[in-house]
Every structure is written in C-alpha cells, then in structure tokens.
Design a protein around this ligand. Structure first.
Ligand code: R2B
Ligand code: URA
Length: 315
C-alpha cells in the first residue's frame, strides 16, 4: 500500500462552483421537496431511502464497464477498512457501487452514454450535498479507463491535461439550428499534480498529456480495420503524427465531454486516468491477452487508489 508524502488535497473549498451553470430551477425544487428527481438510468429517485446512505460521498469514480466498477469497489472497501458496499437495484444501464465515501459508476461506451451517467450523478450529488457549494467543491470526480496510445506502448498510464475532440477543439453540442454550445476541455493542473505526487514512488509508467475523445472507435480514430474505411496508411500516420505534435498522448471516447461537464459546474478537482492498450502508431487491433488487459486495468486502479488514499484517508 503506497501512501504519498504530502497531506491534504488540492481542492479549493468554497468558491469554485459556478452557480450560474447549475440548474437551480429544477435542482432547488428537488431540495425543497417540491419535486422528486428520478435518476431514471440508475433506478433510484431523490425520495429513495437508499440515498441517505450516500450523504457522505467524497468522490465519484467512473469507468466504462460494470465489472471494473465491482472490482474497484471491492478494492476500495478493502483499502478503507471494509465498509459496506451498497448497490443500486437497477443495473440494466449502469452498474453502481458505494463504499467508503466513494461512489463508483460505470458509464458505458462513448460520450452520449457517459453524458447521461454524469448528468444524473451531478444531479444526485447536488441533492446528496443539499446544494452546499463548499461540500460540492470537496467532491473529487474521475474517469479511470482504457485508451489507444499515441506513441506510447500498451501498459502506459496517461493522466490527462485536457480532453479535446478529434479536431483538437473542446467538446461542443448542437444548439438546434441556432448555434453551438461550447465547453472547456481543461483538466485541473493541481489535481493532476497531486495524482502524480501520490504515485511518485509507485514505479508505474505514468505520463501526462492531452487526450482526444472521439465519437466513434473506427473512423474518428483513423483505424484501417473498420467495416467502413475512409483513410489510408498515409493519412492515418499523418493524423497520429499531428496529434502527437500537438501534445496528444492517447485516444478514447468520453474525456472531452466529462471535462466539459465538470468544468461547466466549476468542480475544482477532477481527473482522467487511462491505461493505454496499444500504440496506435503500430496498429489498430487490440491484441492484448485477457491477462494483460487485467493488469492494465489493475494498474490504472493503482494510480487512482494511491491518490484516493492520500485524499480521503489521510485528511
Ligand atoms: C475506451 O475504450 C472504449 C472503447 O473500446 C471506450 O469507452 C473508451 O473510451
Ligand atoms: N479505447 C479507444 O477508444 N481506443 C483505443 O484504441 C483503445 C481503447
């Protein structure tokens, strides 16, 4: 068990949350009991007694698969003195576990799926913290996932500096035919530094870099092994070289939206930690063995838990 040297954490209590981006009209009606909020995709509602057990939440950890969530929850419970592991009854869309002040949730694959998970979880955390902005500032959010490396071998772990889309611009959404909603893609530098510091003696291969999130696994990642092919070996190489020259170190499918939404509320502490499954400069197919994939997942979990132990268990 690695415990880092520095104490405390990197959040800036009181003042980071941007109240203008919180949907007060709806969320405050829930707090005042004028409205019940149904977190439909999680199968719970704000008047469900199960939520009382989650009031002490201090971190929300997202990962793509439900299996990883159950594994992470068991690991965190063991590290934090074996507190009870609580599950939400519905697991059809997302698998959720709460233990030791941490809410773990799967988000599925891609930004549309993950955006549903994170918006419902932000609503839920606002309710759990009774709209207290200082308490919200103190919550750490992260995605721990997998990615394709840009010039990095399988097994490397990337802590993201920014989450951008495939054109190196931040996340945005269509505002009907009127315009575009633009967001901010930065991950907070202080949180990143704290994660690196907590892992300084871990011996794990961790790098910092920009990450792009694509809308699709094949075409937007310039793969040549999709059912549909638009690129050549030459254009793929040029794309990956362009990404690398611009500081991008990995490619996945959720980070741009997550950074966008967490920045939108002004959360001071959030991060993305992704294991690299393959070096995209060398191939497209994920050929790692199940054992290697398990190790990659465990190691990205190690990076998270080294930080979480320092943040939650030593302060
Ligand atoms: C990484 O891996 C998944 C695709 O295989 C996707 O959810 C992502 O971001
Ligand atoms: N996830 C992705 O989105 N891309 C990869 O290449 C590997 C995992």
């Amino acid at each position: 068990m690695l415990l880092g040297a520095s104490r405390g954490h990197d959040s800036i209590p009181g003042g980071a949350i941007k109240t203008e981006n919180i949907n007060h009209e709806f969320l405050d009606a829930v707090l005042e009991g004028r409205q019940v909020d149904v977190y439909y995709h999680f199968g719970v509602a704000s008047d469900d007694p199960i939520l009382e057990k989650l009031r002490g939440v201090r971190a929300v950890i997202l990962a793509g698969s439900g299996e990883r969530i159950t594994d992470f929850a068991e690991r965190w419970s063991a590290l934090s003195g074996d507190p009870e592991i609580i599950a939400f009854p519905k697991e059809e869309r997302f698998v959720t576990r709460y233990t030791g002040g941490v809410l773990f949730s799967s988000h599925g694959m891609g930004m549309p799926s993950a955006s549903i998970a994170v918006q419902e979880l932000m609503r839920m955390v606002y309710f759990l913290k009774r709209g207290d902005l200082e308490a919200l500032d103190d919550v750490f959010w992260a995605r721990v996932g997998t990615s394709g490396g840009v010039g990095l071998p399988g097994g490397t772990i990337v802590v993201s500096e920014a989450g951008l889309m495939a054109d190196l611009k931040p996340f945005r959404l269509l505002q009907g035919g009127i315009g575009t909603y633009w967001f901010d893609g930065e991950f907070p530098a202080a949180t990143r530094a704290a994660i690196m510091a907590a892992n300084a003696d871990s011996g794990l291969p961790i790098v910092e870099g920009k990450t792009i999130a694509t809308n699709e696994f094949f075409l937007e990642q310039f793969r040549l092994d999709g059912a549909i092919r638009r690129e050549t070996a030459q254009t793929k190489h040029e794309f990956l070289e362009w990404l690398h020259a611009n500081g991008v170190r990995n490619i996945e499918m959720e980070g741009a939206m997550l950074a966008a939404y967490w920045n939108s509320w002004g959360f001071p502490s959030f991060a993305m930690i992704c294991a690299v499954l393959l070096n995209r400069l060398e191939g497209d197919q994920v050929t790692s063995t199940p054992e290697q994939l398990h190790d990659f997942s465990e190691q990205s979990g190690d990076v998270l838990f080294n930080y979480l132990q320092q943040r939650l268990l030593t302060s």
